[in-house]
Design a protein around this ligand. Structure first.
Ligand SMILES: [Zn+2]
Length: 107
C-alpha cells in the first residue's frame, strides 16, 4: 500500500494532506478521450487534472492512477506522463495500483 494514499485517506482534510506533499487536484472538463493527466510545475507542484465528466468512482480510480505516477514514475520520466501511454509499463502498473487501492479501501 502507498504511504501517501494511507496518509491522505486518514487525514481530516485530504486537500491539505495532498498539498503538504505538493499535490494539487483539479477537476476540469476535458475532451472525452482523456481521463486524467499529471504534470509537475516549475514550482515543483504536482498538478493532477481529472476529467470532471467522469463519474465519482472513475475519478477516484484515475486519481489513484496519477498518484502512482507521482510516487513512481515522474521522478524518472520528466514532467508529464499519462497522456498517450496506455501500453507502457508505467501505465499498466498505475492501473494495477489504482485497482488494488480501490479494493483495499472499498471505494
Ligand atoms: Zn497513466
Amino acid at each position: 500500500m502507498s504511504p501517501l494514499v494511507q496518509y491522505v485517506y486518514e487525514s481530516d482534510n485530504p486537500a491539505d494532506a495532498l498539498l503538504s506533499h505538493n499535490i494539487l487536484v483539479h477537476q476540469v472538463e476535458l475532451c472525452p478521450e482523456v481521463a486524467a493527466f499529471v504534470y509537475k510545475s516549475r514550482q515543483n507542484i504536482y498538478h493532477i487534472v481529472i476529467n470532471s465528466s467522469l463519474n465519482w468512482s472513475a475519478q477516484v480510480r484515475v486519481f489513484l492512477h496519477e498518484i502512482k505516477h507521482i510516487e513512481k514514475d515522474l521522478p524518472r520520466a520528466g514532467y508529464v506522463v499519462g497522456l498517450d501511454m496506455q501500453h507502457e509499463e508505467a501505465e499498466i502498473n498505475a492501473d494495477w495500483f489504482a485497482k488494488e487501492t480501490v479494493r483495499a479501501y472499498g471505494y
